[in-house]
Design a protein around this ligand. Structure first.
Ligand code: SF4
Length: 282
């Protein structure tokens, strides 16, 4: 990951949002404007667990809230069932990546807008391409720096590849914890203002001046988990997804206990019961 733009430690997330919400640095910005879609920025708790998805879909582009569609419903259900409440949620790209749907004759497909009840062009969501997410990475890196999470979870292969800088076969590498490095502020008086916090993170100290290192857990994208919900086995995508989110929660709780003496509150829920509940609701 080659990011030359350094974050500004004095900036707020609101300011960062304002700097990017009319962005057209990649093709997704132009298509967002053409469709009249929303720029979808992250929200949630600082210094906790940061969940990063690939990008907004149909619902998210409409209402401007990350993970508010079908994938988000599954994600929020799992988070609730395992007791993961302290999270910030964002995306690799903040504009929707999609292509227009065509019928067999090559004519544009239409869909009914359930709010306006009017027909509109139908688009199919797609993972963002490297040129698109590379254009958006400086925003994501600065967002990570300002959120300063204890642990980050990458939801889906594109996110993991973008943030680790290597090839990731997510179905094989899910569940792995790796370290990722984010550019730090260009000027900070004594090494960094966050040195103390890093030192408390089980040896996760900065190795280079003004580079911030984070624990990064790789997992599946909820959309993939939804497609495989019929698989009820112990090694099903849903079970893996739950296990990876529980791993993030354990890392966060261990940090809070070590640093602040806060005892873990989440109950270790039965994976089979979670699977049953999610499958019944689907
Ligand atoms: S996806 Fe990111 S880089 Fe591309 S136009 Fe939107 S805000 Fe800009």
């Amino acid at each position: 990951m080659e990011i030359t733009v350094r974050p500004d430690a004095r900036k707020t997330l609101k300011q960062l949002r304002g700097e990017w919400d009319s962005c057209i640095k990649c093709s997704l910005g132009h298509s967002r404007i053409e469709r009249g879609g929303s720029f979808v920025f992250g929200y949630g708790m600082l210094n906790a667990i940061m969940l990063i998805g690939e990008g907004p879909g149909f619902e998210e582009e409409k209402n401007g809230i990350p993970f508010s569609g079908k994938s988000g419903t599954l994600l929020h259900k799992v988070l609730k069932l395992i007791g993961l409440t302290d999270f910030y949620i964002s995306n690799l790209v903040t504009c929707r990546s999609c292509s227009q749907q065509l019928d067999e004759d090559g004519a544009p497909r239409m869909r009914m807008n359930y709010v306006t009840k009017l027909p509109e062009l139908a688009f199919k969501d797609e993972p963002p391409t490297p040129p698109q997410y590379n254009a958006c990475l400086p925003r994501l890196c600065e967002e990570i720096y300002l959120v300063d999470p204890i642990v980050i979870v990458g939801l889906g292969g594109s996110v993991c590849e973008a943030l680790t800088g290597g090839h990731v076969t997510i179905t094989r590498q899910r569940g792995e914890t790796v370290q990722i490095e984010i550019p730090g502020a260009s000027f900070v008086p004594d090494l960094t203002e966050r040195k103390e916090a890093w030192l408390r993170r089980d040896g996760s100290t900065p190795i280079v001046q003004n580079t911030v290192r984070y624990h990064f857990i790789q997992t599946l994208h909820p959309a993939y988990v939804i497609r495989k919900l019929a698989d009820r086995g112990e090694d099903s995508p849903l079970r893996y997804f739950v296990a990876d989110l529980k791993k993030a929660l354990k890392t966060y709780e261990a940090y809070r206990e070590t640093v602040y003496g806060i005892l873990p509150t989440a109950v270790d829920t039965d994976d089979e019961a979670i699977q049953q509940q999610i499958s019944e609701d689907a």
